[in-house]
Design a protein around this ligand. Structure first.
Ligand SMILES: NC(=O)c1ccc[n+]([C@@H]2O[C@H](COP(=O)([O-])OP(=O)(O)OC[C@H]3O[C@@H](n4cnc5c(N)ncnc54)[C@H](O)[C@@H]3O)[C@@H](O)[C@H]2O)c1
Length: 257
């Protein structure tokens, strides 16, 4: 029986691939035979991610491209440096981390530039490299579907900001739109909406916050670092060959109560 999840001979650009959730996606794609191009704006993280992947088994190549999702010319240059693409993963985010009452219009615009304009520019450019068809997965968020409960954020901790959630809602909708636009060219587009995946350092410093988030998941725990990778590999692979325009929750049940 054919391995439906095989990515043999495929090349995938993962923007945000050096990040907390992005790196396990690169690892999982390589384990399925893909070549990966790691895109990120942080040179140190890029080098570290490339070294990590190079030390792991996998037939596919590992290359990097510097890209700033706030800058159209940088996005176009990164995509241009890739050969034929079969997959795109957008795993970055713009977020002000600023309280609603203090958020400036400039900060709001900056987040939109990364989340909305950046994803649009990236998706259109990447599609032009998918000459044999392909698939895209955008990282949205459960906070693009539901609002954060301010009571979950103890003390003076600002709730997850409005620019982030509004941008993620836009990314979910963009996945549907782009799926419709490219469907007949054999390019599928889906989004995933991760729930709470705080890195260990955040968990260590904010135990009350983590207890609050834990209560709101059906599974009673935080998402683990590698637990979005399976959904991404699935959506990029033949296993999802008739799935497009969908938003898949990877949130321990948060949005299903
Ligand atoms: N971690 C969570 O709890 C969580 C929850 C829901 C959704 N998400 C989404 O998952 C995705 C990955 O999140 P993460 O936790 O790995 O975050 P992260 O900050 O660890 O990784 C993001 C990566 O994107 C890079 N980046 C940031 N701004 C960029 C820009 N302007 N241009 C290019 N690269 C840029 C960073 O250098 C970093 O390597 C994001 O879209 C995020 O919104 C995360």
């Amino acid at each position: 029986m054919q391995n439906l999840f095989s990515m043999d001979g495929k090349t995938v650009l993962i923007v945000g691939g050096a990040g907390y959730l992005g790196l396990p996606v690169c690892e999982a794609l390589r384990a399925q035979g893909a070549s990966v191009v790691i895109g990120d704006h942080h040179p140190g993280r890029l080098a570290e991610a490339q070294a990590t992947l190079a030390g792991q088994p996998g037939a596919g190549e590992v290359t990097t491209c510097h890209v700033d999702m706030a800058d159209e010319s940088s996005i176009l240059a990164c995509v241009d440096s890739c050969g034929t693409l079969h997959g795109l993963v957008m795993a970055t985010a713009g977020s002000s981390n600023t309280h609603f009452d203090k958020l400036t219009a400039e900060e709001y615009d900056r987040s939109n530039r990364i989340n909305l304009t950046g994803t649009f520019v990236l998706a259109r450019a990447a599609a032009s490299k998918m000459t044999e068809g392909g698939a895209m997965v955008f990282y949205s968020s459960m906070y693009g579907t539901v609002a954060p409960d301010p009571a979950n954020y103890p003390g003076d901790m600002p709730p997850n900001p409005v620019d982030y959630g509004a941008g993620k809602a836009g990314i979910s909708q963009m996945a549907r739109y782009v799926a419709g636009h490219f469907g007949r060219r054999g390019i599928r587009v889906n989004a995933i909406t991760p729930g709470p995946f705080p890195p260990q350092a955040v968990q260590d410093v904010h135990p009350e916050f983590i207890a609050n988030l834990t209560r709101d998941t059906m599974m009673g725990r935080m998402g683990r670092r590698h637990e979005t990778a399976g959904a991404v590999v699935f959506l990029l692979s033949e296993a999802a060959s008739y799935i497009t325009g969908q938003i898949l929750g990877v949130d321990g049940g948060w949005t299903a109560w």
